[in-house]
Design a protein around this ligand. Structure first.
Ligand code: AMP
Length: 304
């Protein structure tokens, strides 16, 4: 079993009250695979420029992440800069440069076309669609997006939504995407566009998995010393889908259990800059956090 993941493979510059970094590895596909690879196999599709420190992905390669589908071409890598408020609740994007992603035409290796789970990480929805079109018969297709694409590419994004089983978004993005102020209303509208399951991430308030007529709330793991929230959403997706792929089941029970794995991996992402916290992290630590959360929250859902 393995997850096919497409997304940004980026260089990030981040400022938080804990400090700042510039030119560190990041991007949705990198945070996702750092988390998911602790639970299952991951195959990455993406592109980097000549400036990318690919050796820094070595720890993920050692953990079994397959980067055969990551191509390196002349040009600059995707670059993102962001600054967080002191309470970490808001961030401003100071710069987004698509670089080599602007002309990327993703090719899924023949051996990957039978992937059972597909994760369309945050990137241009046209690229998400090109990857999805090459996969033969996936059993679960999940995607993430953000305000950048909701504002700039609403048409292509809608076409992707129509092909999804699961959409992962944060609460503000759900409201923005649906054009509805009320979260439950927004989720209903999004479900009407395609995905039967919508996972709403609410930072330190945890997450809610919305199914058809049911909802499940999972708390966040309380992190005492947040360093950098960047990538928490992608790491959540990695834990969530990594668990589902490992379990081989996508029913309601599994989706609720998976939320605790997402909370666990999301919490590790915020404890350091870039993917640093994942370097020496072991699966057992993730399982411990997830199980504590499951005990805390039980495993009950609410019928809507
Ligand atoms: P998150 O904090 O979960 O939203 O993820 C932040 C990561 O997403 C950073 O590492 C960025 O490199 C990457 N990112 C930021 N903006 C975009 C975008 N417009 N498209 C794709 N990836 C992005």
């Amino acid at each position: 079993m393995a997850i096919l993941a497409v997304g940004s493979v980026a260089l990030d510059a981040v400022e938080t009250r804990a400090g700042s970094v510039d030119g560190v590895i990041g991007g949705s596909a990198v945070f996702f695979s750092a988390a998911a690879s602790l639970l299952t196999e991951v195959r990455v599709v993406g592109v980097v420029g000549h400036d990318y420190p690919v050796a820094q992905l070595g720890f993920l390669r050692q953990r079994g992440v397959d980067f055969e589908g990551l191509v390196q071409v002349p040009g600059e890598s995707f670059f993102w800069g962001g600054r967080y408020s002191d309470d970490f609740r808001t961030r401003v994007t100071t710069e987004t440069r698509l670089g080599v992603f602007a002309d990327f035409n993703p090719a899924v290796l023949p051996a990957y076309c039978d992937s059972r789970v597909v994760f369309l990480g945050n990137i241009d929805p046209d690229l998400q669609m090109k990857v999805l079109d090459q996969v033969r018969a996936p059993r679960l297709v999940a995607a993430d997006t953000m305000n950048f694409w909701i504002e700039r590419t609403p048409g292509p994004l809608r076409r992707v939504l129509a092909r999804l089983d699961v959409l992962l978004v944060n609460d503000e993005e759900a409201v923005q995407l649906a054009g509805d102020d009320d979260l439950a209303g927004a989720v209903g509208r999004i479900q009407g566009l395609g995905p039967a399951v919508v996972v709403v991430k609410r930072a330190e308030a945890g997450s809610v998995v919305f199914g058809q007529n049911w909802a499940f709330e999972c708390p966040a793991w309380p992190v005492a010393n947040v360093i950098d929230p960047t990538g928490a959403g992608d790491a959540f997706a990695g834990g969530f889908l990594g668990y589902l792929d490992h379990a081989g089941s996508f029913d309601r029970e599994a989706l609720c259990q998976a939320a605790a794995y997402g909370s666990a991996t999301g919490s590790y992402a915020v404890e350091a800059f870039s993917v640093d916290r994942f370097r020496a992290l072991e699966t057992s630590a993730v399982v411990r956090r997830a199980r504590s959360l499951q005990e805390l929250g039980g495993s009950s859902w609410t019928n809507l």
